[in-house]
Design a protein around this ligand. Sequence first.
Ligand SMILES: Nc1ncnc2c1ncn2[C@@H]1O[C@H](COP(=O)(O)OP(=O)(O)O)[C@@H](O)[C@H]1O
Ligand SMILES: [Mg+2]
Length: 253
Amino acid sequence: MSPTNDNVLLSVRNLRKNFGGLKVTQDVTLDMRAGIVTTLVGPNGAGKTTLFNLITGHLHPSSGDILWMGESIVGMPHWKIARKGISRTFQDLRLFDQMTVEENVLTVMEPGSWLWQPGGKAKMAQRRERVHEILVRTRLVDKADVRAIDLAYAERKFLSLARIMATDSQMWLLDEPASGLDRRSYDHFLGLLRDEVEKGVTVCIIEHNLDIVVGISDRIAFLDQGRLLADGDPQSVLKDPHLAAIYFGEQSA
Ligand SMILES: Nc1ncnc2c1ncn2[C@@H]1O[C@H](COP(=O)(O)OP(=O)(O)O)[C@@H](O)[C@H]1O
Ligand SMILES: [Mg+2]
């Protein structure tokens, strides 16, 4: 399948999610076009992670629809949605702590064939080669045999990114991938992300750091209390005094 005529990969239509009486997603409509970096911003508790969970099938909406290249994916299990080409990272990373760095990346790659099948050994060698290349780019190659639990904080964030790089997914949903990174690490992160976008990955990223937001976004979607308050080019959204009051009011609270 390919994007729809107007290049929309993912289309969120009148999406609602209630947890009991709590309205966490309120009538959100949002299109994500191929090749465009959309940044989701908004105060804590705005419903950003919930929106990711709804898209990826980790939660099911109360109503509304989600279309992937024109096909509804609502109700599909999360692994099936991932196979269609939508991958995500988690705010709490969810690495396999007791596995090595290399194993963490290998586990997300689909084996073309298993070791005991014809060509299996060659396929495994190819996968290892690809993992190596990704570990070089994420600067984790010296840590390939280290268990994930023994990595430093920034290294864990990059391992999470390495895992999504290995999926070959068309769409990435990144949940605060740069939070807590030092300046040098986030420059590295931004460079990697730009390269991937250039290669054709479509990204939706949840981010608080305004340098990163400005540095990477083609478009900003602003969520507050489950509602989409704005959706447009970065300059106009960031300049809106009403949104700034909500955003910075919450940040300084
Ligand atoms: N599984 C859940 N059950 C009940 N409430 C939830 C659940 N997940 C999230 N929420 C609530 O939904 C709101 C939005 O959460 P979340 O999407 O994590 O916000 P954000 O990522 O923007 O900080 C919060 O009030 C949170 O407490
Ligand atoms: Mg969140």
